[in-house]
Design a protein around this ligand. Structure first.
Ligand code: ZN
Length: 119
């Protein structure tokens, strides 16, 4: 599963942060996931317990913030949301635009670490 590989990288990054902070556990992990990132939020939810099993991240909540993809439209002079990668055409005025301004994000937004004597 594609998502499992992505989450393993996330878990590794959070583990590293937790070790550095001397954390005893992780409360929650927030991910920013673009609609064109190739990762399905549902599949991420499903793979999360597998990716975190046996790590310090085990038991943490996964909080996914979806980022709607958008192109820059020179016709409108602003960003316009798009649903499909291959429809890089402004949905408002039809001007072709090859400039994707967001939607490919796949990043850790935050990790709520449980540290001794804190919370
Ligand atoms: Zn437009």
């Amino acid at each position: 599963m594609h998502e499992l590989g992505l989450l393993r990288s996330v878990v590794t990054a959070v583990e590293r942060a937790a070790t550095t902070a001397g954390a005893t556990g992780v409360e929650a992990v927030g991910l920013r996931v673009g609609t064109l990132s190739g990762a399905e939020p549902q599949a991420l939810d499903g793979a999360w317990p597998i990716a975190t099993a046996g790590t310090v991240v085990d038991g943490a909540r996964l909080e996914i913030e979806q980022v709607q993809a958008a192109v820059w439209c020179p016709g409108c002079g602003c960003d316009q949301p798009v649903d499909e990668f291959y429809a890089l055409v402004c949905p408002a005025c039809g001007t072709p635009s090859g400039t994707l301004v967001r939607g490919r994000e796949f990043a850790v937004a935050y990790a709520d670490l449980e540290t001794p004597g804190h919370g």
